[in-house]
Design a binder for this molecule. Structure first.
Ligand code: G16
Length: 569
């Protein structure tokens, strides 16, 4: 259906509104994330949208076509209407918007690429809680479908520091609930808002990537649970798992997107998806997957809640990628992982003669490598896995990829992991998160660690835990990335303490929290055993000495005032 504004209503006039800068509109690891109340301040969201358009499109704003979609959280619809008004005023010619303002992050990336749009706004604070007292977020993606690179986000931030006006057409308002085109005349130019089905393009895409007949048949023989955590993936889960695969509805949990995610934290990990873990522990299901608020993160569990670390998930998928039709057709280039992610995937790259890359935390750093056809698969320890068919990580894709591996190998999740470890050895990995620590404590921690890595005596020093287990420091630094494609340099990406036996301790401050500091401690140890059963040790037991050393060396407990982390992965 299409509607047309023929000018019968009051004319749409572009107004220039005087504004002043707000502090702290610096996009973090993935966009700007703040409490909703901050975004609701007059001019706050408007400033960010205006700066986003200019930094993202430069002199190509006029006549551009963009996509807009969000994860259904509180304030998505209001923000979408603001984008409509400001885009109209700046000469954007078309906005493609998901019905009700909803599109998953991977769907947005796909839509930009499929329809060759100039970019888009994603309205999400990802896995952060939602609702009027929760967080909201906004990020700009560029024409390759990926999160804007640092050159764009740095420019955006600079613009927000000096912004003095924005343009708006106050009386342009679209009906976000009605599919079809709505056109408006803005000072003699046509401006179109097209409301599209949330799932259609995405479902067509995954049907082209995977063997749906194989998966349909396989799922008839298995009991699985798919958990949308009341985020954006609900409609996609229904289309794919219920309508396409015929899964009973009761196997698909929390599939209604809610503005506050049901009051929970939409983060698929062992802490925030504990209800799913508990059901899986009952041993009645073979496989479970959960996704975050905007659908780009995933957690994979096997029978009896056997947990697949995202690092291992990446390595396993790398080793089995060529069984998936998309990769059979297109081949497999290299792999990439973010720096804190364990080196498990590197070993797959070495064995199969593929390139493998270590990038800073943040999906945006994979974009250049994918655009240059250097990598086909990438992933992060932060529950993100994805591939080069789009430029965002993709929760549902990861679940379908895992089900494909199970269907092709005939093995359970645990068998797939143990056979992988028997071939490659096991990288034990754990992440400790200390959320909402004071910014001062976070800064002090990083200052102390910086002193440690700059001290010439550190390399060669032996660090021991109280049981006497000791590790000799082989190297330490603050990770710096030199992008092999465009030569850009990203400094201060995390403190790395690397030991002679290959173990590693990494510290970073998160770039996705909305207040204070979140300290992340990543610990990794590698073991190669002759007996496959010895790989089944608990990562916490294996890594205990390293964790003790990390906590002591950093004085993390003293500085944060926390005895325990908020989340352990
Ligand atoms: C975002 C980024 C990821 C990053 C993660 C954690 O994920 O897209 O690339 O790994 O944040 O970042 P940090 O450790 O700085 O909090 P999401 O799912 O929040 O968009």
């Amino acid at each position: 259906m299409s509607s047309r504004d023929d000018g019968a209503m009051a004319p749409h006039v572009v107004e220039t509104i005087q504004t002043s800068p707000f502090d702290g509109q610096k996009p973090g690891t993935s966009g700007l994330r703040k409490p909703v109340a901050i975004f609701q301040q007059p001019h706050y969201t408007e400033n960010f949208i205006q700066a986003g358009l200019i930094s993202g499109l430069g002199d190509k704003v006029k006549g551009s076509c963009l996509v807009v979609g969000g994860d259904g959280r509180f304030f998505v619809k209001e923000a979408a209407q603001l984008i409509i008004k400001i885009a109209a005023a700046n000469g954007v010619s078309k906005l493609v918007i998901g019905q009700h303002g909803i599109l998953s992050t991977p769907a947005v990336s796909h839509i930009i690429r499929k329809y060759k749009l100039d970019g888009g706004f994603i309205l999400t604070a990802s896995h952060n809680p939602g609702g009027p007292k929760g967080d909201f977020g906004m990020k700009y993606n560029t024409h390759n479908g990926g999160p804007a690179p640092e050159s764009v986000t740095n420019h955006l931030f600079e613009l927000t520091k000096t912004i003095s006006e924005y343009k708006i057409v106050p009386n342009v308002k679209a009906n976000l609930d009605e599919l079809g085109s709505q056109s408006f005349q803005i000072q003699g130019e046509q401006f179109t808002v097209e409301i599209i089905d949330q799932t259609k393009d995405y479902v067509e895409m995954v049907k082209d990537i995977f063997d749906f007949d194989l998966l349909r048949g396989f799922l008839k023989t298995k009991r699985v649970l798919i958990n949308g955590m009341n985020g954006v993936t609900g409609p996609y889960i229904k289309k794919i798992f219920i309508e396409e695969f015929g899964l009973p509805e009761e196997m698909c949990l929390n599939c209604i997107p809610l503005p506050d995610f049901g009051g929970r934290h939409p983060d698929p990990n062992l802490t925030y998806a504990k209800d799913l873990v508990d059901i899986m522990k009952e041993g009645r299901h073979d496989f479970a997957a959960a996704f975050d608020g905007d659908g780009d993160r995933n957690m994979i569990l096997g029978h009896s809640a056997f947990f697949v670390t995202p690092c291992d998930s990446l390595a396993v998928l790398a080793a089995h990628l060529e069984t998936i039709p998309y990769f059979k057709r297109n081949g497999v280039n290299g792999y990439a992982r973010s720096m804190p992610t364990s080196g498990a995937v590197d070993l797959v790259g070495k064995k199969y003669g593929k390139e493998y890359f270590e990038t800073p935390t943040g999906w945006k750093f994979f974009g250049n490598l994918m655009d240059a056809n250097r990598i086909s698969l990438c992933g992060e320890e932060s529950f993100g896995t994805g591939s080069n068919y789009i430029r965002e990580k993709d929760g549902i894709w990861a679940a379908l990829a895992w089900l494909s591996v199970m269907a092709n190998t005939g093995q359970s999740v645990k068998e797939i992991l143990t056979s992988h470890w028997s071939t490659f050895g096991r990288h034990y990995f754990s992440r400790y998160d200390y959320e909402q620590v004071s910014s001062e404590a976070g800064d002090k921690l990083m200052e102390g660690l910086t002193k440690l890595i700059n001290d010439p005596k550190t390399v060669g020093m032996t660090f021991s835990d109280p049981t006497g287990k000791s590790y000799k420091m082989a190297a330490c630094d603050n990770f710096e990335y030199h992008d092999p494609i465009d030569g850009s340099v990203s400094k201060n990406q995390g403190i790395r303490l690397m030991f002679e036996d290959g173990s590693r301790i990494v510290f970073r401050l998160s770039g996705t929290g909305s207040s204070g500091a979140t300290v992340r401690l990543y610990v990794e140890g590698y073991e190669q055993e002759s007996d496959p059963n010895s790989y089944l040790q608990d990562a916490q037991d294996v890594l205990k000495p390293l964790i003790t050393i990390a906590l002591r060396t950093s004085k993390l407990k003293e500085l944060s005032g926390r005895d325990e982390p908020t989340v352990i992965t």
